[in-house]
Design a protein around this ligand. Structure first.
Ligand code: CMC
Length: 498
């Protein structure tokens, strides 16, 4: 039996009364799940006022402006819940702390995608499907070899996902019909199967592609995913097989070091999902026009790559190296306060207290350092962390450490090159992306293309002026003309003499 509410609670009027002072009209806006529908405001119309431009389209209804999606709910989701004020993160209702301590990455993946913790046979089926789909077509080796020796691994990984999508014509709505996946919502078993096969492939191949991006830069041959290992063990094995500085318990041993494999598994659990973060939103935005899921995941990779999102762990290490010794921390923080520097790994759009993942990661870091040795940058990190948490600038803005503050130190201790850190974020986040994508494809009301609006502040209608009639200063301001570029090489020298 459901929860009983007192009558007074049931009778509460779940609506918002809005008066448009331009017209004096009153509107009642329904409130559902403590939200109001933005589209309702389209019905609030007025005649254009003296300050309105035609482009404001005042007669066509109010628009809701939300630069950077600060307070816009773009989807109904049942996957992840964050209470940013209280530092709470739950996957499908389970606290992240319990999952990190007691679960495994593939079990958590099942939970995120299918909504419940699996039974033994369900977990075994899912695990074997994911691991079975690890190997990729031999041709893909040529794709990786086409990159330059110094290509960033995220450039390789982003394009590798898009590339690999081309292998699966049978799972591409552009080729097979736009309802290829969405008809799963109406109970079409083949559509559901097709969708899940793509999900197994994406998760299974994420480690393989990431390992290929890693090894190509070292001029080492690729490693076929091994059998008989967990997802994270298999990943470490593929990365380091036959490496002189490997993550294996003994040189050329068959299995990665158990402490490091467990640490990576926990890090993967922590990074698997984070509700409507920039990259998951990008995957959904891209997915909303119904391309194949490999293309949507490639778009997610591109979004995650940025230093404000998945590139932050790399930025933290660069920042710590630039600070050097703990004695330089006060000067660095002063520069941050003057906005000359950024304190990477601090602050979050949602968390206004410490990111709960940062506590778990801090503990994992000690376990990893016990195996790898202590990173001297840890002292600088701790001094920075403690000083920032005592400083009013950061306290008053509710800036606290996020997951990336410590994760880079762990990856560094494990020997990963800095530019590989975002890749270590992408691999587990593929699970969150596909969980959100699947949920959207299965939406009973169908998929609506994500097409936001803008406030157009540019010029009003004007007539074309022929080139010979354009005179005077054209535009004043930053970025109003193409930049003058210095060219290298013979062509550049010749051009500069023209
Ligand atoms: N260092 C110094 N000041 C900061 C920082 C920071 N790291 N983050 C925010 N602020 C200040 C900001 O200048 C602003 O101050 P004021 O109100 O005086 O103008 C105030 O705090 C509010 O910040 P905001 O930029 O409005 O916050 P946001 O929600 O738009 O940005 C953020 C969130 C994560 C992009 C930002 O905090 C940031 O750039 N942090 C550093 C990068 C980082 O660590 N990113 C990883 C995020 S966690 C991993 C993930 O989920 O991807």
């Amino acid at each position: 039996m459901g929860k009983q509410f007192p009558a007074s609670k049931l009778e509460r009027d779940e609506s918002l009364r809005v008066v448009d002072n331009r017209t004096g009209k009153e509107y009642t806006v329904p409130i559902t799940h403590n939200s109001i529908p933005a589209n309702f405001f389209k019905g609030i119309r007025a005649a254009a006022g003296p300050n309105d431009r035609p482009e404001d389209e005042t007669e066509r209804g109010l628009r809701v402006a939300d630069r950077g999606f600060l307070n816009t709910a773009v989807i109904e989701s049942r996957i992840t819940y964050i209470d940013g004020d209280n530092g709470v993160l739950r996957y499908r209702g389970y606290p992240i702390e319990q999952l990190a301590e007691r679960s495994s990455f593939l079990e958590v993946s099942y939970l995120l995608i299918y909504g419940a913790l699996p039974g033994a046979s369900q977990l075994s089926h899912f695990t074997s499907e994911v691991l079975l789909h690890g190997p990729i077509h031999f041709d893909a080796e040529g794709f990786f070899r086409a990159f330059r020796y110094d290509a960033h691994p995220m450039s390789m990984l982003t394009s590798a996902f898009a590339y690999l999508g081309s292998y699966y014509g049978e799972a591409n709505p552009s080729l097979q019909g736009q309802d290829l996946f969405t008809k799963a919502a109406k109970g079409d078993p083949a559509a559901l199967q097709n969708m899940d096969r793509q999900i197994f492939r994406l998760i299974g191949k994420a480690t393989t592609l990431a390992a290929m991006a890693y090894r190509i830069r070292q001029g080492r041959d690729f490693v076929v995913p091994p059998t008989g290992m967990s997802y994270t063990e298999s990943f470490l094995y593929q990365l380091d097989h036959l490496s002189p500085t490997d993550h294996l318990s003994e040189l050329h041993s068959t299995k990665p070091h158990p402490v490091l494999a467990k640490a990576l598994d926990i890090l993967f659990i922590l990074h698997a999902d984070h509700e409507m973060n920039a990259s998951s939103t990008t995957v959904l935005q891209t997915g909303s026009s119904l391309p194949d899921p490999f293309s949507a995941v490639a778009a997610g990779c591109a979004s995650l790559y940025g230093p404000l999102h998945g590139g932050a762990n790399e930025a933290v290490i660069r920042m710590l190296i630039s600070i050097g010794s703990p004695k330089n921390v006060p000067a660095f923080l002063e520069a941050v306060k003057k906005r000359q520097k950024v304190l990477s790994g601090f602050g979050h759009r949602v968390y206004k207290t410490s990111d709960p993942r940062s506590f778990i990661i801090r503990k994992v870091a000690d376990e990893v350092f016990a195996v790898t040795g202590r990173d001297p940058l840890l002292d600088t990190a701790m001094a920075l962390h403690d000083a920032a948490l005592k400083d009013d600038y950061f306290v008053s803005r509710k800036l606290a450490p996020n997951v990336d503050f410590w994760s880079g130190l762990i990856y560094r201790a494990m020997g990963f090159p800095m530019d590989f850190f975002p890749v270590l974020f992408v691999v587990p986040r593929v699970v969150g992306w596909v969980a959100h994508w699947r949920q959207m494809m299965l939406s009973p009301s169908g998929v609506k293309i994500w097409r936001p609006r803008q406030l157009y502040l540019g010029p009003s209608a004007r007539d074309y002026v022929p080139l010979e009639e354009r005179t005077g200063t054209f535009q004043v301001g930053v970025g109003m003309e193409p930049s003058v570029i210095e060219h290298s090489g013979l062509a550049g020298k010749v051009r500069s003499k023209l």
